[in-house]
Design a protein around this ligand. Structure first.
Ligand SMILES: [Cu+2]
Length: 255
C-alpha cells in the first residue's frame, strides 16, 4: 500500500518540474554582465556598466564620467546585431559623427531604454526628460526593472551592448551645431550621437575570488565585483591615454 501511495507523489513531482524550469533556452542568460565603456565621437567618456539578470528582472548599474555637464544623456541596451561597438571610422557619410544609424550594424537596434522612471521600451528611446542628466559631467545610474524576451535572448547570445548618447563634439558647452540628428531632424546630432559604448560581457563565474559566487554570498561577491570594476576602469583610462600618445606620435611622424 505504501508503494501505491508513493507513485502519485513521483508523478506530481515530475509534472511540476517543467513548470519550475520553464523556457530552458532563456535560463542561460541569468548572471552578471560587465561593460567597460569606450568613448565614441571623441567624447572623452569612460566608465563601467554592470547588469545582473535573474529571469526577466534586470538590475542595471552605470558609473561613467566625461559627459557634457548639465545635459541629458539617453542610454540603452542595443541588441540583436554583432554585439560590438563601432569606432570613429564608422562615419560613412563623413559628417564628422558616428551616428546612431552608422553604429547600428555593430550594436543593433534599441532593446531597452535605460530610463530613470516609467517605460523602458524602445518607444522611450529619446525620452530625454527621463534619462540621467550629467550634472557634474558624471552619471551614476541604478534601476531594477523587467526586460523583454528579445533582450534576454540577446544577453544569452552575447549581442547585448550598452550605449550612452550625447556628445558636445565642438566643445561649445551645449548640444548644437549644423549637423542634425539622424533620429530626429529637429535635434542636433550632438544630442543623439553615441558618446560611449561597450559589449555586455558575461562575468566568468570560475574567476570569482574565494568561490564567492558559488557559495551564494551575495554581499561578498558584490564587494569583489566593485573592486574588479575599479581596477578595470583604471586600466581602461591607462589604455586610452597610451592610445592617445601613440596617436599623437603617428600624427607627428606623418607631419
Ligand atoms: Cu542607444
Amino acid at each position: 500500500m505504501r508503494k501505491a501511495l508513493a507513485l502519485p507523489t513521483v508523478a506530481i513531482a515530475a509534472a511540476a518540474f517543467p513548470l519550475l524550469t520553464t523556457s530552458p533556452a532563456l535560463a542561460d542568460h541569468d548572471g552578471s554582465y560587465q561593460a567597460d565603456l569606450v568613448a565614441l565621437n571623441q567624447s572623452g567618456v569612460s566608465g563601467t556598466g554592470m547588469v545582473t539578470l535573474e529571469g526577466n528582472s534586470a538590475t542595471v548599474m552605470i558609473e561613467a564620467d566625461g559627459f557634457l555637464a548639465g545635459a541629458p544623456h539617453a542610454q540603452h541596451f542595443h541588441i540583436a546585431a554583432q554585439g560590438q561597438c563601432p569606432t570613429d571610422a564608422a562615419d560613412e557619410d563623413g559628417d564628422g559623427f558616428v551616428s546612431v544609424t552608422e553604429g547600428a550594424p555593430f550594436y543593433g537596434a534599441i532593446g531597452t531604454s535605460l530610463t530613470t522612471s516609467g517605460d523602458t521600451s524602445p518607444d522611450s528611446g529619446l525620452a530625454i526628460d527621463r534619462f540621467p542628466t550629467a550634472d557634474d559631467g558624471s552619471i551614476s545610474y541604478e534601476r531594477t526593472f523587467d526586460v523583454t524576451e528579445d533582450v534576454q535572448q540577446s544577453f544569452a547570445a552575447g549581442t547585448a551592448v550598452l550605449v550612452l548618447h550625447g556628445v558636445d563634439k565642438d566643445g561649445s558647452g551645449a548640444y548644437d551645431g549644423d549637423v542634425m540628428s539622424d533620429l530626429d531632424p529637429s535635434l542636433p546630432m550632438e544630442a543623439t550621437a553615441p558618446a560611449a559604448c561597450a559589449p555586455l560581457v558575461a562575468a566568468q563565474m570560475g574567476t570569482a575570488p574565494n568561490g564567492g559566487a558559488e557559495t551564494g554570498a551575495g554581499s561578498t561577491a558584490g564587494t569583489e565585483q566593485q573592486t574588479a570594476i575599479g581596477v578595470g576602469a583604471v586600466a581602461l583610462v591607462g589604455a586610452a591615454a597610451a592610445g592617445a600618445v601613440a596617436y599623437r606620435r603617428r600624427q607627428a611622424d606623418q607631419a
